[in-house]
Design a protein around this ligand. Structure first.
Ligand SMILES: [Zn+2]
Length: 676
């Protein structure tokens, strides 16, 4: 395609080379030859993003002469002022967003239509464009280094904290994507999300080969989440669970292969036999939807699933020429968002998928089910930590302790001391957390500047907090504690945060895993912990294959820029089968299964799925480290204060090893030994 070969350099004005050559000489003469490499890199970085609209050669040259910080003292002043001003910008933008979402996020009475409009508004949406237009972005590009992931991995361990902060500062301006390209990406994403959000299957209208209805009236399941969760729930239906699970698998396969009849999608007015693929007007009614007026045939969905995915690829590709350090969506996901090279991610996934522990876990599942495994058993959910308390008993304990949100707020210092924080540190963190009554189940909202506090949103019923609410509150409190250390106790606000969301989740899970002890009850026993580990391992095995499919499909699209939805359909089905045949068929004794292609994220989430298995691995690494040191508090603080360096460097400094599946595999091995 024409536009894939457009490079950033091709967008540069014609006089650029002459001007930069002249300035290189002039500035080196002025500031000395030891500044020459900085001058060269700065000029190159500005030239890469400067467009004709930004000004002519004279404007460019004047800008460079005025804004190059040619000695350490001016560079320090510039760095410090940029750090502090950008903290103010981010912090206040975040504050506006938090306030504008207040009515929808908190339990404060009715949400009016205009509240939703405020909640949907992003005040920072145009900041990046503004900063290129007013040239603040060019000052950063002239003075601070853009880096590739390779450089960050290779040189990062030897950088000072200040050098890391400079790298993060420059990175904010590493692409200049035109507004119409961003809009096209947002539109493709929204269109796919819309498609996914309306993809319901009306279960009462599914007929088995004997014409029987296996599912209850009005049951409407969204693909793939609800379908998968129904498979999980059906393990407890001893009578018809297996028949239901097999039928859902059949439905999922027809979605992936696009042999599903178009007319059965989100339509309760037809009956469908997923096995024979026959469609008829519904013989029973369980909704108010008026009967079909179009002719009822079983003509298949016309590759719409893959047409939507293809659109997200075509839109993403439009940004490629404007992102010189990461010129494909695949690069941007792995090198910028995850900051772990794709080859390493692939190797980690394969290490889990080909582990001998898979077959051992499969044997255990088979023994518990009392039958050979079937493909849908990738969603087996029978590994369950037991508890010596019923949910009702726990509810009573929690409600007595926390009748109101204020009662929880007051207790935060005590909870933190129980987790091993010193009274001083507990007080310091607790003072930075505000508890609010949540409308939903609860969430944590950190801040982006030190002058603002972190918010813990928790659900408290009129009868007091219940156990589920408490369990979530402890998780969210983990986020707030991390947010406090990684912003307020970090030496550079430019390094606020953690490497990526998997890290913040892993830290929050450490808190959540100790919720019983926080109530003064005994910790989960070894058996219970082993069940939890096996459940996590089996989920990682399942989602690792799904992630590999997602990755292969994106490569296929980049390799076939002219593909039609039909081609993409065929390619995806083949990729799903190949990965299944390699890593799952030896365990399930069945070939050519396409289930790994059913995840909806693959259609609307732009290569997001690999985050899940990496998240499991990171959680086990952090948990293992906490166990080794025996005390959560100081270790948690030490980890959280490292801020946003690369994942591997963070993990090496936290645990002595880079990101990888070893901790998960080790825990699984121990769990298998105790589960038999
Ligand atoms: Zn969380």
């Amino acid at each position: 395609m024409q536009n894939t070969s457009t490079t950033a350099a091709a967008l540069s004005p014609s006089w650029m080379n002459d001007s930069t050559a002249k300035l290189q000489k002039e500035l080196t003469g002025k500031y000395g030859s030891q500044q020459a490499p900085r001058i060269e890199q700065g000029l190159h970085q500005v030239a890469e993003f400067w467009r004709t609209d930004d000004g002519d050669a004279a404007t460019f040259e004047e800008f460079i002469r005025t804004n190059f910080a040619g000695d350490q003292a001016s560079l320090d002043t510039m760095f410090n002022r940029f750090q502090s001003l950008l903290e103010q910008l981010d912090g206040h933008m975040h504050e506006i967003t938090r306030e504008f979402n207040q009515q929808s996020d908190l339990d404060l009475g009715p949400v009016l239509p205009f509240d939703e409009m405020f909640a949907g508004y992003d005040p920072s949406a145009h900041v990046l464009d503004d900063f290129f237009n007013n040239k603040i972005a060019f000052i950063v590009l002239l003075n601070f280094p853009l880096t590739t992931l390779d450089e960050r991995l290779k040189n990062g361990p030897n950088w000072s904290r200040r050098q890391w902060a400079e790298v993060r500062l420059a990175e904010r301006f590493d692409k200049r994507i035109p507004a119409d390209v961003n809009l096209a990406i947002a539109q493709a994403g929204a269109e796919s999300a819309q498609y996914v959000a309306q993809y319901n299957i009306w279960m009462y209208h599914l007929l088995d080969p004997q014409g029987q209805r296996l599912f209850p009236a009005k049951m409407r399941l969204l693909s793939h989440w609800n379908l998968r969760d129904e498979i999980k729930a059906d393990y407890s239906d001893k009578q018809s669970g297996l028949a239901k699970q097999r039928m859902i698998q059949q439905v999922m396969e027809r979605i992936v292969t696009q042999t599903i009849p178009q007319v059965v999608i989100n339509n309760p007015t037809v009956d469908w036999s997923p096995y024979s693929n026959e469609v008829k007007p519904a013989a029973v009614k369980d909704s108010d939807t008026p009967a079909e007026s179009r002719p009822i045939t079983n003509s298949p969905e016309p590759d719409t699933r893959y047409a939507k995915l293809l659109k997200t690829y075509i839109a993403s590709r439009k940004a490629d020429p404007y992102s010189p350090t990461a010129p494909t969506l695949i690069d941007r996901r792995f090198q910028e968002d995850r900051e772990i090279p794709e080859v390493r991610v692939k190797a980690m996934l394969e290490q889990v998928l080909s582990s001998p522990l898979v077959a051992q876990t499969a044997q255990l599942i088979q023994a518990r089910l009392g039958r050979p495994l079937e493909p849908f058993d990738i969603w087996y959910n029978g590994f369950r930590p037991g508890s010596q308390y019923t949910e009702a008993q726990l509810d009573e304990i929690v409600a007595k302790k926390y009748p109101t949100a204020e009662a929880y707020q007051k207790d935060i210092p005590n909870l933190l001391i129980k987790l091993g924080f010193s009274p001083d540190r507990a007080q310091h963190v607790a003072e930075n957390i505000i508890v609010d009554p949540a409308r939903g189940s609860g969430h944590a909202m950190g801040s982006s500047m030190r002058a603002e506090k972190a918010h813990l949103r928790t659900r408290v019923e009129k009868t007091g907090m219940n156990y589920k609410g408490f369990n979530i509150a402890v998780h969210e409190m983990g986020h707030n504690v991390e947010q406090t250390f990684s912003l307020n106790d970090n030496d550079f606000t430019l390094l606020q945060g953690v490497p990526n969301t998997a890290f913040t989740e892993a830290l929050a899970f450490v808190f959540q895993g100790h919720d019983l002890e926080l109530l003064g009850l005994p910790a989960p026993d070894a058996k219970s912990q082993a069940e939890k580990t096996l459940n996590d391992f089996w989920s990682t095995y399942e989602i690792a294959g799904v992630a590999l499919v997602d990755m292969s499909v994106w490569h296929w699209m980049y390799d076939h820029p002219q593909a039609t939805p039909k081609h993409l359909d065929q390619a995806t089905v083949q990729i799903a089968k190949d990965i299944w045949n390699h890593y799952y068929a030896p365990v399930f004794h069945k070939n050519d299964v396409v289930l790994l292609g059913v995840y909806s994220h693959m259609i609307d989430s732009f290569l997001y799925l690999p985050d899940y298995p990496i998240g499991h691995m990171i959680a086990f690494q952090i948990e293992e480290q906490m166990k080794t040191t025996g005390s959560i508090g100081p270790e948690f603080e030490r980890m959280a204060r490292m801020g946003r360096i690369t994942p591997d460097l963070w993990m090496e400094r936290a645990t002595g090893r880079p990101v990888g599946p070893e901790a998960l595999l080790k825990a699984t091995q121990q769990a298998l030994a105790s589960a038999h």
